[in-house]
Design a binder for this molecule. Structure first.
Ligand SMILES: [Zn+2]
Length: 346
């Protein structure tokens, strides 16, 4: 505000609202600072005029002090205008400040080219809650093979940790698409590395679904008891890392058919041939199969994984029991004896 008074003192004939040029003695072009100062002074001047106009309208005070307002804004462009000094209330001062700020912002938006906002760097554009994701790797050969024609299996970020746990190329296997386009749900969806998911998909399409037809209905759901799970073998703390901790294992509990039938894989009441057919098929496709009779931890489900061992060594331990055998096995399992089994992944 003092700036305008100082400028008006220097330029007593400048019209109100008219930009005041402050030229150097040599007549050089005005600098950016001069133009800016002129803008501010002009805005201040207009704000005060507008304020007086409002006061007169609202409070009925006479408006004769300002010739431009009194004459309906008709004054010669070059006529000098003297702005009277008036006492302002706090509310009026506040209003004037807001008005000037708004007018200044508008003027800046209209007249002064502002620097373009810089684009955010990639790290800042990502949610700050999560560590910045590494650059997306190209899809693996497995990922390219596991198409929507075979399964609903969206990709997930690689799992890293805790500890030794982790898996690259992870998918969430939600459903298998059969050759007739019907779907077998994986319930709940299994979190698996792609190669394991692909093996499950192939087994369901080529073995489980055709075998289920032997029971008189089509396969509808595969019950997933455990997929990725960062833990030691058989849930024993401190034991060697389970293949589940690598997203490389699946525990299958039971199958559900379209007619509502529930088929427990280890249920001795389910036709033996059906269970034997499944046993042979998983032992041919997975490097580890653990079911009833393996170690006491797999009496009610079957564990399958793709653990890699020296010389291609495989484990296939699933006793397909008759009903009488099963009941005696259950009795035997009630005796709390340790059953040390120095075997591989569970
Ligand atoms: Zn398991």
């Amino acid at each position: 505000m003092a700036g305008r008074e100082a400028l008006e003192a220097e330029h007593p004939h400048a019209a109100a609202g008219e930009p005041i040029e402050r030229r150097a003695a040599g007549g050089a072009e005005p600098t950016d600072d001069d133009i800016e100062m002129s803008h501010i002074a002009s805005l201040h001047h207009d704000a005060v005029l507008f304020l007086h106009f409002l006061r007169c309208r609202v409070f009925g005070r006479n408006a004769e002090f300002h010739p431009r307002l009194r004459e309906g804004g008709h004054v010669p462009e070059n006529a000098p205008v003297k702005v009277p000094r008036v006492k302002l209330t706090y509310a009026e001062v506040l209003f004037a400040i807001i008005l000037v700020a708004a007018a200044g912002g508008l003027a800046a938006a209209q007249g002064v080219p502002l620097p373009r906002p810089r684009p955010l760097p990639p790290a800042a554009a990502v949610s700050s809650d999560e560590p910045s994701a590494p650059e997306a790797a190209p899809p693996t050969a497995c990922r390219l093979r596991l198409t929507a024609a075979l399964a609903t299996a969206p990709s997930l970020p690689p799992i890293t940790g805790p500890g030794e746990c982790g898996a690259p190329d992870v998918v969430r296997l939600e459903a298998v698409v059969l050759p007739d386009q019907s779907r077998v749900a994986i319930a709940p969806p299994a979190i698996l590395r792609c190669s394991m998911a692909e093996a499950i998909v192939s087994w369901v399409r080529e073995e489980a679904a055709p075998h289920a037809l032997e029971l008189g209905s089509s396969l509808k759901t595969l019950a997933n008891l455990a997929s990725f799970d960062c833990r030691g073998r058989n849930r024993i703390v401190g034991a060697k890392l389970s293949e589940h901790g690598k997203g490389n294992a699946l525990d299958i509990h039971l199958l559900k058919l379209s007619d509502g039938k529930v088929v427990g894989l280890t249920d001795p009441q389910i036709p033996r041939d059906f269970r034997e057919g499944l046993r042979q098929s998983v032992c041919a496709r997975f490097t580890t199969v653990l079911g009833p009779g393996s170690d006491g931890y797999h009496e009610d489900h079957v564990h399958v994984d793709l653990a890699e061992r020296r010389n291609g060594y495989r484990i296939c331990e699933w006793d397909v029991r008759e009903p009488a055998e099963a009941s005696s096995a259950v009795l035997a399992d009630t005796v709390p004896l340790p059953r040390p089994r120095p075997l591989a992944a569970r």
